[in-house]
Design a protein around this ligand. Structure first.
Ligand code: GDP
Ligand code: MG
Length: 168
């Protein structure tokens, strides 16, 4: 019984909800002020897809998004990636290209998904859905809209990546 496991990295500008997403997915909790840990936190969750047990391994950085030296070690060996931005932060949307390139420089071509988080704040959106869809198309990535706060679509993000990795 071979165990399937994947390392998934969650990247994107500070404040888009990466730590919250990992906490929500692995621990089932959400807070407005998740305490920042130093270094890199490891968390995991086991899921089943079509009878296959798959271990999703996630690393969270403590807000060192700007420091390339740390993130390089963080990306190493990743087999799938979440490119996250926030509905209410235009810079985080514009930065998707840079994040994709950075991850591909370290990991090559791996399954990626664009996550538009904070859709509970859609009334304050700084990008239109057409812009988001067209950018996802140009980046060649599937798009999933989430609210980590309201627990919308978070599970789907990791199921999608796992299914891409293992063709299950
Ligand atoms: P990170 O810097 O990308 O790790 O972002 P955090 O996980 O620290 O989240 C930044 C802030 O956004 C925190 O105050 C979170 O509670 C908040 N946040 C995260 N996800 C959501 C969401 O889906 N909706 C809303 N309204 N706030 C969120
Ligand atoms: Mg964080």
């Amino acid at each position: 019984n071979i165990e399937l496991a994947i390392k998934v990295v969650v990247v994107g500008n500070g404040g888009v909800g990466k730590s919250s997403m990992i906490q929500r997915y692995c621990k089932g909790i959400y807070t407005n002020d998740y305490k920042k840990t130093i270094g890199v936190d490891f968390m995991e969750r086991q899921i089943e897809i079509n009878g296959e047990d798959i271990r999703i391994m996630l690393w969270d950085t403590a807000g060192q998004e700007e420091f390339d030296a740390i993130t390089k070690a963080y990306y190493r060996g990743a087999q799938a990636c979440v490119l996250a931005f926030s509905t209410t932060d235009k810079n985080s949307f514009d930065a998707l290209w840079d994040w994709k390139r950075k991850v591909e420089n370290e990991c090559g071509i791996i399954p990626m998904v664009i996550v538009q988080n904070k859709i509970d704040l859609i009334s304050c959106a700084v990008v239109t859905q057409d812009e988001v869809k067209s950018t996802a198309l140009k980046l060649g990535c599937h798009l999933i809209r989430t609210s980590v706060k309201e627990d919308i679509n978070v599970v789907q993000v990791f199921r999608y990546l796992a299914s891409q990795c293992f063709d299950v």
